[in-house]
Write a protein that binds this ligand. Structure first.
Ligand SMILES: NC(=O)c1ccc[n+]([C@@H]2O[C@H](COP(=O)([O-])OP(=O)(O)OC[C@H]3O[C@@H](n4cnc5c(N)ncnc54)[C@H](OP(=O)(O)O)[C@@H]3O)[C@@H](O)[C@H]2O)c1
Length: 304
């Protein structure tokens, strides 16, 4: 009989170092809390110092001896991402887990500091650069893993190579779907390239189904009210929503290159399991094109 992966039976993570972006609330908070509870040294990589510090104190109430640091990063500003990566690399000799979690959903149109469409910039391009800058540290760390958060919304997204930043007509839902499809394609492609280059580090993509968090903050008031009403049936808890990410990060049977999500009906809720990635993310030509565009946009060469 298939037995679901469980956090409780996962061994302690003492001596391991993790970064979780967007860890002050929602799924990032739950992920960081669980990793810190297992003994990993966790950096809460957040854009607001006070919110992050409040989250750190709350985590310490559950795990008083946990090692939790706060560092500032705005994934919507590549200069901020570079400052974060420089300082982290200076201060740490290893990085075992990079959890690319920070995200925004269905926002009004805005541009990031470098002029990218906001959701693509914050959710994907900032993490593409962060991962590239931290990869030298991770490839020196035995058993290191990168986790990329995607979404069921990726299933109806496409990468608009002809108008990546919605210069023509902005569609906030399609922009979210594009950004999350990009995260999934990156998670899979990174693993393929790590294998080809002979690195031991792994890359995994994970999605939380429908989980309670602050992600709906940019939706209209009526839609938020409706979500609140159906929440108990539709949504799983934030702690359960973090389990696909934690399975990808800690599961001993993870080989790299998997997509992970809840195993229930339509992957909305349930225990974490390996799932089939959306077909669009398996298009190798599009993955390579996205990779090349991302390197150019971020001014980084991964070297493979
Ligand atoms: N909840 C779900 O059902 C669901 C479903 C599919 C995928 N996801 C994915 O799960 C991830 C976590 O989302 P969530 O549901 O936990 O949402 P959330 O509660 O809104 O948390 C999002 C986190 O990202 C941070 N963030 C936003 N913009 C940032 C930026 N520019 N720089 C740094 N941090 C930034 C937020 O910080 P502030 O608090 O300072 O804004 C917050 O800590 C996202 O990638 C999302 O796409 C969630």
């Amino acid at each position: 009989m298939h037995r679901a992966w469980s956090l409780e039976t996962t061994g302690n993570q003492h001596g391991r170092v993790a970064i979780v972006t967007g860890a002050n609330t929602g799924l990032g908070y739950e992920t960081a809390l669980a990793l810190a509870g297992k003994g990993a040294r966790v950096t809460l990589a957040c854009r607001d110092h006070d919110k992050a510090e409040t989250a750190r104190r709350r985590m310490l109430l559950s795990h008083p001896s946990a090692q939790i640091d706060v560092r500032l990063i705005d994934t919507g500003d590549l200069d901020s991402v570079r400052r974060f990566a420089d300082a982290f690399t200076r201060d740490h000799a290893r990085l075992d887990l990079l959890i690319n979690n920070a995200g925004i959903m269905i926002t009004p149109y805005f541009q990031t500091a470098q002029g990218f469409e906001g959701q693509l910039g914050v959710n994907y391009l900032g993490h593409f650069l962060l991962t590239g800058l931290l990869l030298p540290l991770m490839t020196r760390t035995p058993g290191a893993r990168v986790l990329s958060l995607y979404s069921l919304a990726a299933g109806w997204g496409r990468i608009r190579f002809d108008d990546l930043h919605f210069a023509r007509k902005y569609d906030p839902t399609q922009a979210y779907a594009q950004s999350k499809l990009a995260c999934l394609m990156f998670g899979l492609e990174l693993d393929k390239r790590l294998r080809a280059a002979g690195h031991e580090a792994k890359s995994v993509a994970a999605h939380p189904g429908f989980s309670r968090s602050d992600l709906s903050r940019h939706l209209s008031v009526p839609i938020r009210a409706a979500l609140w009403a159906v929440g108990p049936w539709l949504l799983q808890s934030g702690a359960d929503g973090a389990l696909p990410t934690l399975y990808g990060a800690l599961g001993e049977d993870i080989r790299g290159g998997e997509a992970i999500g809840p195993d229930g009906r339509k992957q909305r809720k349930g225990a974490p399991a390996v799932v089939e990635p959306f077909a669009e993310a398996l298009d190798q030509a599009k993955r390579e094109r996205l990779w090349a565009v991302s390197e150019e946009s971020c001014g980084i060469g991964y070297g493979f």
